[in-house]
Design a protein around this ligand. Sequence first.
Ligand code: ATP
Ligand code: MG
Length: 715
Amino acid sequence: MDISYLLNPLNKAQREAVAAPAGHHLVLAGAGSGKTRVLVHRIAWLIRSQGISPFSLLAVTFTNKAAGEMRGRIEELLGMPAGGMWMGTFHGLAHRLLRTHWQEAQLPQDFQILDSEDQYRLIRRILQNLNLDETRWPPRQAQWFINGRKDEGLRPQHLEDDGNPYLRQQIRIYHSYQSHCERSGLVDFAELLLRAHELWRDHPALLGHYQNRFTHILVDEFQDTNAIQYAWLRLLAGNQGKLFIVGDDDQSIYGWRGARIENIQQLTQDFPTVRTVRLEQNYRSTGTILAAANTVIAHNAQRLGKNLWTDGEEGEPIQIYRAFNERDEAHFVVERIQAWQNQGERRADIAVLYRSNAQSRILEAALVEAGIPYRVHGGLRFFERAEIKDALAYLRLVAHQNDDSAFERVVNTPPRGIGERTLSQVREQARQAGLSLWQAATQLINTRTLSPRSANALQKFHRLIEGMATAIKALTLPEKMELVLEQSGLFDHYRKDRSEKGQSRLDNLKELINAASQFKAEDPSLETLPEFLAHAALEAGDTQAEDREDCVQLMTLHAAKGLEFPLVFIVGMEEGLFPSPQSLNEPRRLEEERRLCYVGMTRARYHLYLIHAEHRWLYGSESYPKPSRFLYEIPTELTHELRPQTHIIRPGYAPQEPMASDGGLQRGQRVKHPKFGEGVILGLEGKGEHRRVQVNFNQAGTKWLAVTYANLQIV
Ligand code: ATP
Ligand code: MG
């Protein structure tokens, strides 16, 4: 068979990696050097040229989206479906294993996945049960503690407090949380990985089976694996040379979530035969963008070091824009997007990247106002929206009545007269008798300890859930969904809400039925409802209708890993935002922020805009941030400043202005601002859309505002 089409579109180093003989391989190379491309071609090459069955391949990617794209690319190369191949995220793969081997993993067959919000709620309840004050023992901290230990492979019984009261308490919370999860058949994200690791560790025969089955293990974005993921891979690899690992130490950006760059060195120690391949040619970005990104990352001390070059065009300089404030920033982005559209280019080729999710709101508002379709990735995903979680919680409770977090979520949603007092009685009963909330409620209904009204309301809820449990048995997945949405009263609840938000929630619920009809389980032998619920919990939220539309892509820098776009904006390039406030005094974290900057810049193929604002409202407070240090790390000959610093006159140094000026504003005039109230104009500067006004407000003090957006009224 002629397989040259698999090797021809590659350079020499890439070709050698793709067609490497059996053994362990580590492809260590910079952004845009074709690592993911090599991985995809390697899989196709193994199947086509080596006759390896897709059934023997295991491929790990960082997101479900990446897994989907990868499968598509491989099937395109092969010209046939690659069924049987295990491909997904570490979490997705671990989940699949646990579903198949639930007995060996000591889980109930219908175990449920607890996403991080459910986990948070559960931990809060555990804290209440332990009589711990939330202000002293913040639930987020306990959550962080538990997940962190699990990521290291540690159970509560492995932990010692060494006489430290803080640790003693955290371990106690972890203990109590864990036994609750075991009782209720709940598995959180970190638990998926830990359990899957223990499953293999404790069942050598089972491990042997998978070691024989998977003759090739391929991993993308290896630099962001954590300790337990690495341990899992190591078990599976066994003694045969079968790892094909791809990564870039300069793009490790999940250290804060337990990822360990050290795994790269660890790999070379644990598998001394590993062959390291380096790719040095970048095919993604222009020479200018690449040179700038290379210079920024060179400021990091902790690097394995590499050379990255391109023979592509030099391209245009990197555009730096200094905005007055976050609204000016958003308007600038919108303006450039409009110019791009007017040239007949696709909106989907544009990405707007930011450090913190909270930054998207103002960008979204500006895009909506301009009528530009957009999509937010990685923010509140479809399956994380409140109404969707309500619907799923009903399904969970119907399937598994002892699921306490589902019970808590829907017992009074929509409102049905079950108040906080009744609920605390239920919780108390559950705690004392060691029962689930459902069981406790059942007891209370029959014991007359509740007021007749409360007992009645609870009884109704009880009948509702039991009724649904019987009714859905013979139905298909979308029918189950529809029945639950109707009978639970959720549909009605939002139908009555005529506000835009209510309507959009209703649309989302309808979309959920859609998602259920389109859902195909990875493994057809498994039951669809638990599979669907797991799919919903394990991210994936890419089922939004807007997907099919040509829209601008908004996402955090973290979510942009592995992707590429012709035009990229990075907004909020300011000290204390990017780099983040926590990193300013911590060299290790600062290096991680710089890697994040490197990731962001190298997403761009041809055009890159870096934007910072002089004044910003964020998280409800106001700041006058300095431009990000990363901007200064880019050689000036590679950049073009859209508002050169020298032309800007700092507040307090405003030059003499003619008394009358455009917009009819004058120094000394009294004006009114919608938010700051009344004040007097002290100064004016700039021209056209960059015109600014300084006002001394009676209440809010002296401020500089952009005339175009300030909405000032002369009084
Ligand atoms: P990242 O580190 O950002 O994940 P990567 O190393 O995985 O990047 P890819 O996404 O595989 O890089 O490749 C970057 C771009 O370069 C893609 O558009 C890819 O198709 C293209 N590319 C890679 N190798 C070649 C090649 N030999 N010839 C032409 N284009 C290539
Ligand atoms: Mg990649």
